[in-house]
Every structure is written in structure tokens, then in C-alpha cells.
Design a protein. Structure first.
Length: 115
């Protein structure tokens, strides 16, 4: 979501990470409001074997203008940030989401955001 991304800090697009070539996305800890991956209004999404460090949500699942469904997040490692969040825009529904083997290494919020 461009509304939640700071210009100049973009994660790779169009990549297909696997065990051999994982995707990585690292932003400086001082950069805020920089989500790593925002699947919104999406169907059949897989994010696997990725390493993400952001100043905000590592993943922010959203569904503001259409439903988001059939999501798999597997074998990912998230560093310092908010984790995997659902919302804040979910008025059209999020369904059939599986999270497995997610490693969190630190967070930047005492509120305990995300998974």
C-alpha cells in the first residue's frame, strides 16, 4: 500500500522466493510507516522463506475495497517491527489464512502489535 510506504524504501516486487533464493526486505529502524508486504484485495497469496525488517508492519493484511482470501505465510523470519497484522482496513473480509513457522526476532512496540 503506497499510503503506508515511505518513498525510497521498497521491497522486491515480482520475486518468487524459495529455499534457495529467499526474498529479503530491510529498512533502517529509524524509518517509520514502512510496511514490508501489504496483500490487500488479494486472492491466493503465498509469502514464504522471506526475511523482513521494517519500521512498521512486516506484513499488513488488508481488505478495504474487496475481500482478501487464501493466504499462506510459511517459513518467514521477521526482525524488529510490528509483525504480521490483520487490518486496520478489513471491512470486506479476510478469510482462509494460514501462518506457519513464523520467527519473530524483536519488536518495536510495547503494545505487542501483530502476530
Amino acid at each position: 500500500s503506497l499510503a503506508y510506504t515511505v518513498a525510497g524504501y521498497k521491497c522486491p516486487s515480482g520475486s518468487t522466493p524459495d529455499k534457495v533464493t529467499p526474498a529479503t526486505c530491510f529498512t533502517p529502524e529509524t524509518v517509520k510507516d514502512t510496511d514490508g508486504f501489504d496483500p490487500g484485495q488479494s486472492t491466493n497469496v503465498v509469502l514464504a522463506y522471506s526475511y523482513i525488517n521494517t519500521g512498521d508492519d512486516h506484513v499488513a493484511v488488508k481488505a478495504s475495497t474487496g475481500p482478501t482470501r487464501n493466504l499462506l505465510f510459511a517459513h518467514n523470519h521477521f526482525y524488529y517491527g510490528h509483525g504480521l497484522s490483520i487490518g486496520s482496513e478489513t471491512n470486506t473480509g479476510v478469510s482462509n489464512m494460514l501462518v506457519t513457522d513464523l520467527t519473530m526476532d524483536g519488536n518495536d512496540s510495547s503494545a505487542g502489535n501483530g502476530l
